[in-house]
Design a protein. Structure first.
Lengths: 119, 577
């Protein structure tokens, strides 16, 4: 009998697995968003979702309340999440500036219009 | 041992940071100070009259001087591996070498930017601040010992590069290049971060040696026999592959190379030189660090077997025990059934995974780059594909080094030495190639290979230097490019086994494929008739002098590679111990 690993999540008390599942869903939404959106801003939103999915994982793995078996990331997890938030903000600032520059030159923010460079 | 109280922890952290870590971090601090000065000097009265070029060049030369070892290069032969900032960064001979490499490149690059005029008086401070910031990120990348520093280094190197790709304002192609670069870059960085979160979550640490110890404790062959264990291994493989996505993007290795030709064509030639030399070098060293960090355990490092926070153990270990020399748990018994010949030990599955993945990607990148370069008409696009091919070739050296590290440390050092020699000579080759492209662009306003026809008649020095550089990029014997290729092939031969032999054959074949498209450019410059429409092309004294200074080492090290090879050998003499 095949035992689906997520089947008993609903009956268990909240633990790391629940957080990681939400993180995985965020990651998949972000990846889909990156792959399907034709608007550059939509792609950037997808990237933010991916980063936040990873961040949720870091915080869940680092929490001593969810997992107290000596394999917890501890403070490292939370610090990494903080640093990632800062880096994501920096990256978003740069990406938006570049998107604005692209808009000024092309009068469009559609990534399909970025087709002059090919070969 | 002292009791662990808050006071003790804070004291030991402060001592460790001020006495041990910061002195080794001086070049990076000099870079930080230069960036701050560059950005704030205009606030003060009269500050706008100080050219930002002088601040940038002074700062980078100061950083370079600080990066040189105080006791001379001979001290590298006995320099132990040290962990800085409680295990965040690692300081060993490889860090010291790559830092000197990156900072020397930046000094040359700043001079080039000044000579080509890309950093004008208005934008100069932003341009130099971005270049120095990216260099700081690359220094951190190449000394990362913790997953957070790995990610931060990659991001600190990437984010300024996105802006640099679009630094020329008002050009459609430039803005398109920057948009493509930032979207690919941010996407792969997100995937890499998710992979890191999976790896660190399963292994319970983000410190590379502690992660390796946890991996060894997991005992992967046993884990594969149970259903639950297989799931754990699957998560680890998934995390490893996602981490590989980010690294492959930085290396422009094949499934993630799409950005490279487009960005290189759209960005200016100077920025291309920066991306192809410094960024690739740092990414290769980072790849080596990840491979060696997760694939090899060392005895002196903290083992995550207690409930104490691992950070404190790392501090205590740094203070009390001097790093031992022969700490690698090398199992000399090579499994003869194993196709990759990665040696034994609890971490051999990790090494096998790494070696197979890296060598396959390397073969595909190398072959694809060389084949795609054929039909190119734009010189920057052709050099971009050539960069992909060379990155593939250098990745082969990394694969050989990790395969050898499990069996014979001395042979593995030879492979890393080949990699460092390749990186160093690649600096001269690619920097002079892109410098010539940039200077010719200023003169002819064209980057098409066809427009270089008959250049030898109007500008003989440029044409001769470009030809020498292109022949060196092929790897033909009288020029410098021959030696690193030979040494990489030698390392692959030493690694042995069916996989590495396959890589060896692919590498040798690729050298032959590469011959044609480089020589086509040389033929256009030297043999084809000159078009009537073009006026005289002369670079001017300073640009010609710069090209001469950067490309002459290609000739000198081709004939006398000894000193440079000795230096790279010295730089790896304490590695993997």
């Amino acid at each position: 009998m095949f035992n689906f690993p997520l089947a008993n999540l609903l009956s268990e008390p909240v633990g790391v697995a629940h957080y990681v599942t939400v993180g995985a869903i965020l990651f998949i939404c972000g990846a889909l968003c990156m792959a399907t959106k034709r608007n550059a801003l939509g792609v950037l939103m997808g990237i933010e979702l991916v980063l936040n999915g990873a961040n949720l994982n870091f915080v869940a793995f680092g929490s001593q309340y969810l997992r107290n078996d000596g394999h917890s990331l501890g403070l490292d997890g939370q610090l990494m999440a903080l640093f990632v938030i800062v880096l994501a903000a920096a990256e978003a600032a740069v990406a938006l500036a570049i998107a604005l520059n692209f808009y000024n030159n092309h009068d469009s923010i559609d990534v399909d219009r970025a087709d002059q460079l090919r070969g | 041992m002292q009791p662990v109280t808050l006071q003790n922890v804070v004291d030991s952290l402060v001592d460790n940071t001020l006495d041990m870590s910061l002195p080794f971090f001086r070049p990076e601090l000099a870079l930080c100070a230069t960036i701050v000065i560059l950005l704030f000097v205009r606030i003060f009265k009269g500050g706008e009259y100080i050219p930002s070029f002088f601040i940038a060049i002074l700062g980078s030369i100061t950083a370079l001087i600080l990066a040189f070892p105080a006791e001379g290069f001979e001290s590298w032969a006995t320099m132990p591996r040290q962990e800085l900032f409680t295990g965040m960064l690692v300081y060993d001979t490889l860090t010291a070498f790559i830092r000197i490499f990156l900072l020397s490149f930046v000094v040359l690059f700043i001079i080039l930017s000044r000579l080509t005029g890309i950093a004008d008086a208005k934008d100069g401070q932003d341009y130099y601040a971005l270049v120095l910031g990216a260099t700081l990120g690359m220094c951190i990348m190449s000394s990362a010992n913790h997953m957070m520093m790995l990610f931060m280094g990659v991001e600190m190197a990437s984010v300024p590069s996105y802006v640099l790709a679009g630094i020329v304002k008002g050009r459609q192609r430039s803005s398109e290049a920057a948009l493509k670069y930032v979207i690919y870059g941010a996407g792969t960085a997100g995937v890499m971060l998710y992979g890191i979160s999976l790896l660190t979550g399963v292994l319970g640490s983000a410190h590379l040696p502690t992660m390796a110890a946890s991996l060894a404790d997991l005992d992967i062959p046993n884990l594969l026999t149970t259903a639950e264990g297989r799931l754990t291994v699957m998560v680890l493989v998934l995390g490893g592959l996602m981490l590989g996505v980010g690294l492959a993007f930085k290396l422009s290795a094949v499934p993630f190379h799409f950005w490279c030709p487009d960005v290189f064509e759209g960005a200016s030639a100077e920025v291309d030189a920066f991306l192809s030399v410094a960024s690739k070098a740092a990414a290769l060293v980072l790849l080596l660090r990840v491979g060696a960090g997760l694939g090899l355990t060392t005895a002196e490092l903290p083992v995550a077997d207690s409930a104490d926070p691992p950070r404190v153990i790392a501090v205590a270990a740094n203070e009390t025990t001097a790093p031992t020399q022969n700490a690698v748990l090398v199992k000399q018994v090579a499994d003869s059934q194993d196709a990759t010949h990665v040696g034994g030990g609890p971490l051999s599955p990790v090494r096998r995974f790494f070696v197979i993945l890296v060598s396959l990607i390397a073969i595909v990148s190398c072959t694809f780059g060389n084949l795609a370069a054929y039909g190119q008409t734009n010189i920057k696009r052709m050099l971009a594909y050539s960069t992909i091919a060379h990155a593939g070739f250098m990745m082969m050296a990394v694969a050989a080094a990790i395969a050898l590290a499990g069996r014979d440390v001395v042979d593995a050092r030879t492979a890393v030495s080949a990699l460092l020699l390749y990186i160093t000579l690649y600096l001269f080759m690619n920097l002079s190639a892109f410098a010539i492209v940039a200077f010719l662009r200023n003169e002819m306003h064209s980057e098409d290979i066809a427009d270089y026809a008959g250049l030898i008649r109007t500008s003989p020095l440029t044409a001769v230097m470009m030809t020498a550089v292109l022949v060196s990029l092929i790897g033909l014997p009288p020029l410098a490019g021959f030696w690193p290729k030979l040494r990489v092939l030698q390392a692959l031969y030493m690694a042995g086994g069916p996989l590495m032999t396959f890589v060896l054959v692919a590498a040798a074949l690729n050298t032959a494929i590469a011959l044609v498209y480089y020589l086509r450019v040389a033929k256009t410059m030297c043999i084809d008739p000159e078009p009537d429409t073009r006026g005289a092309v002369s670079l001017g004294f300073l640009p010609a002098a710069f090209v001469f200074v950067v490309s002459v080492p290609v000739l000198i090290f081709g004939i006398l590679p000894g000193p440079l090879a000795n230096w790279t050998d010295l730089a790896v003499s304490q590695l993997f111990s």
